[in-house]
Design a protein around this ligand. Structure first.
Ligand code: S3P
Length: 181
């Protein structure tokens, strides 16, 4: 309950692979809903005082995942409107449990070509994709992660089309799911 006794709407949590458009969709979705937007990766960078590639390089992936868990659980406990998770966060069982309990989750499901094309725009940003051929890595991550992302409440397909179209689809699904509650 908020201070005025009105129930706070649940946050919308966006999940999906790197390059699915979680941040760009999330930012616009928040504007459309008149709520705030928070990017979990940015919150991790702020908490650590260093970039994600640097966290991976200096402390390793397990330390990044620990920090990610702490930051995301804190964000979920706050009264945020839209939260974009990093691609690996929903794989964590504790994060997944809290997302299910506190939020409505939307999987932005993208095809491999879209992910390869979008992630190639900023090649130094994602340490997991610097370990080999990005297309092969993304293909393998799709196989491993898509069954887990499928546990999200709603699914919206994204491709090379305009981001506004994806935002509209998310809004439509959210409206239908609210009516069904
Ligand atoms: C990761 C995705 C990244 C970032 C980190 C690890 C992953 O976030 O959290 O590089 O495991 O898929 P984006 O999905 O926002 O790129």
């Amino acid at each position: 309950m908020g201070a005025c006794g009105k129930a706070q709407p649940r946050p919308v949590v966006l999940v999906g692979l790197m390059g699915a458009g979680k941040s760009s969709v999330g930012r616009r979705l928040a504007v459309a809903l008149g709520r705030d937007f928070v990017d979990a990766d940015d919150a991790i960078v702020a908490a650590a005082g260093m970039s994600i590639p640097d966290i991976f390089e200096v402390y390793g992936e397990p330390a990044f995942r620990d920090l990610e868990r702490r930051v995301v659980l804190r964000l979920l406990a706050g009264e945020h409107g839209v939260i974009a998770l990093g691609g690996g966060a929903f794989l964590d069982a504790e994060i997944r449990r809290e997302v299910k309990r506190r939020a409505v989750s939307v999987w932005l499901r993208a095809d491999l070509d879209t992910l390869v094309e979008r992630t190639a725009r900023r090649p130094g940003k994602r340490p997991l994709l610097m370990r080999g051929d990005p297309r092969e890595i993304l293909r393998e991550l799709m196989e491993r992660r898509y069954p887990v992302y499928a546990e999200a409440d709603l699914v919206v397909d994204t491709g090379p089309g305009p981001v506004e179209q994806v935002v509209r689809q998310v809004l439509d699904r959210l409206a239908v799911s609210e009516r069904a509650r």
